[in-house]
Design a protein around this ligand. Structure first.
Ligand SMILES: C[S@@+](CC[C@H](N)C(=O)[O-])C[C@H]1O[C@@H](n2cnc3c(N)ncnc32)[C@H](O)[C@@H]1O
Length: 553
């Protein structure tokens, strides 16, 4: 029975207990049972808590068995109904018998709660829980629900699909649909795909309506074993992460392009694919991919190689973007920049996973869950090790776990200062006419605030940088409904046209039926000529003049 007493203490963390569930379990000095077992029980029971609590409440177990606390009831009923081995305690233990004697009633309530969710079998209920829907609060009758909406009904938390970008450097969407995804049923909407995902129908896909060559699959789909993946024909990349390269809308006349913060290379390879589609064989511009970090540069190199983008991308290894001189070659020929700097990573799905434990009766307690294996930061990648070992490559280093509000605020200030500095540096490139700025952060400080401060900067005014309005955007980004946060814009701007700025910004939210991570992107453009470009032109003419005379011709 010690397992359950150990688990109760961890299910309900006291205020002085910090850290993820994993760290609390494995660092605990008070456990009598093996930590692995305790961890498995608490994380599973937490995941199932909305359903099990509903069962406990409906069966009136707590009223019938006064010795049971809500936490113990949750853990014991979970094991009785859902663990193949049942309750791990001697068969004569009074707490075990106090639950087991209600097995028929509890089982009947579980069936009712499953049917209420429209799930014909226990396997489908399991898939539903795994997909995360249960956390969404389809728990109308449990004492507490999640994400309450205004009408008091819990908002549905949608599971996160698997997104696949077809790498058009090596193949086409048509070809992939006929080969790798032959036999897949096409879902007409993402919503339908996600609804059906609880039934584990894996051979289902949806062709995205905003981003060309992007496909969605159910959350359980594992495409990292396909030969299309290992050959670099498809790339696992979240939908929101495809927005910046698509929004930058590279054209042959843009000339060279810079990806200022490039590793691991999702957006670099996307830019390369777009450039490959649009430029003629005779004339190819170059994408300069800067990455400051040595280890992440190795990942970038591997990703570019596997994507077949080596002919289009020049990697500037261990290059701090802030240290490049925009007026010097090769930077002085750059017409477009993609800026996706380090950020809090607060929008990434799985980064802030918090399991909300729904207890029978009134309490809701949050227990930090460790990041899922797939999203966990990988150890440094060794040179030469194939990238196919790391299916979804995280783009961001997350905020430290357990960050306190004060620490978070200090870190956000530091991050947004750094992000603004990078953006203002991008504004300096003499021939640049378009820039995208993006983060996978949900915080306005890193998003709308940076945009407004950049627009208000002397360099933006001097060089004529402005935000690209919604109606000017490429079709999929014009159609995208979720725009910038107007309130957040007003916090830092008194401008009359602040609504237009908010409308020009793009946000993605996590956990919605759009299937994206939390993300932000804005594009800046510059129309006329300016002093910097003129000076560069004059310098170039001077150089040409000098070289002419030195030729002696
Ligand atoms: C959010 S990640 C970029 C993700 C990448 N754009 C992608 O889509 O795969 C930010 C990257 O910028 C790099 N970085 C941060 N500051 C930089 C700087 N000043 N110059 C160049 N790279 C920088 C970080 O090391 C990190 O790899």
């Amino acid at each position: 029975m010690s397992l359950y007493y150990d688990a109760v203490a961890l299910l309900v963390p006291s205020t002085d207990q910090a850290g993820s569930l994993k760290s609390r379990v494995f660092n605990s000095k008070h456990l009598k049972s093996p930590p692995k077992q305790v961890y498995a029980l608490v994380s599973e029971a937490s995941k199932w808590s909305s359903v099990v609590s509903e069962v406990v409440e409906k069966s009136q177990l707590l009223q019938l068995e006064r010795k049971l606390s809500p936490n113990l009831a949750l853990l014991l009923v979970h094991d009785l109904l859902l663990n193949k081995r049942g309750i791990s305690a001697p068969s004569s233990h009074p707490l075990r018998t106090s639950v087991e004697k209600h097995k028929a009633r509890l089982g009947a309530e579980l069936t009712k709660t499953r049917l209420k969710r429209g799930l014909p079998s226990i396997e489908e209920l399991r898939a539903y829980i795994e997909a995360g829907d249960a956390q969404a609060g389809h728990t109308a009758n449990a004492s507490t629900t999640f994400n309450s909406s205004q009408d008091g009904i819990a908002a549905k938390q949608w599971p996160h699909p698997r997104w696949v970008r077809v790498n058009t450097i090596k193949t086409t969407s048509e070809e992939q649909l006929k080969t790798t995804f032959a036999g897949y049923e096409h879902s007409t909407s993402l919503e339908q795909l996600l609804d059906n995902s609880s039934s584990r129908r894996e051979k289902l896909l949806h062709v995205d309506k905003h981003i060309p060559n992007l496909l969605a699959f159910p959350p359980s789909a594992d495409l990292s074993k396909t030969s299309a993946y290992t050959q670099g024909l498809i790339i696992l990349q979240d939908k929101a992460s495809c927005f910046p390269a698509y929004l930058l809308n590279l054209r042959p006349e843009d000339g060279d392009c810079v990806d200022a913060c490039a590793a691991p290379g999702n957006k670099t390879t996307h830019l390369a694919a777009i450039m490959h589609e649009r430029e003629s064989a005779a004339r190819k511009s170059t994408i300069y991919a800067c990455e400051r970090d040595k280890t992440r540069t190795l990942t970038l190199q591997q990703m570019v190689r596997i994507a077949g983008a080596e002919g289009l991308v020049k990697i500037k290894a261990c290059q701090d973007f802030l240290r490049v001189d925009p007026k010097q070659p090769p930077w002085n020929g750059v017409g477009a920049l993609l800026l996706d700097p380090s950020c809090s990573g607060s929008g990434i799905v799985g980064r802030d996973e918090v399991v909300k434990v729904v207890l029978p009766r009134e309490a809701v307690i949050e227990v930090s869950k460790p990041q899922s294996k797939k999203r966990k930061r990988k150890p440094p990648v060794e040179a030469g090790r194939p990238i196919v070992d790391t299916p979804e490559i995280p783009e961001e280093t997350p905020l430290k776990e357990d960050e306190l509000p004060d620490q978070l605020s200090i870190r956000l200030t530091a991050l947004s200062n750094f992000q603004l500095k990078l953006l203002l540096h991008a504004f300096e490139f003499p021939k640049a006419r378009k820039i995208t700025y993006s983060t996978c952060s949900i915080y306005a400080q890193e998003n709308e605030h940076v945009v407004i401060k950049a627009l208000d900067s002397p360099i933006a005014k001097r060089r004529g940088w402005r935000i690209l309005q919604r109606h000017e955007k490429i079709s999929g980004m014009k159609a995208w409904e979720i725009r910038g946060d107007l309130q957040a814009c007003r916090e830092v701007s008194e401008a009359e046209d602040v609504e237009k700025v908010a409308e020009a910004c793009i946000r993605c939210e996590k956990g919605t039926k759009e299937g994206t991570q939390g993300f932000f992107v804005a594009a800046f453009v510059r129309d006329g000529e300016d002093q910097a470009a003129q000076e560069l032109l004059e310098e170039e003419e001077e150089w040409e003049g000098l070289s002419d005379s030195s030729d002696g011709s």
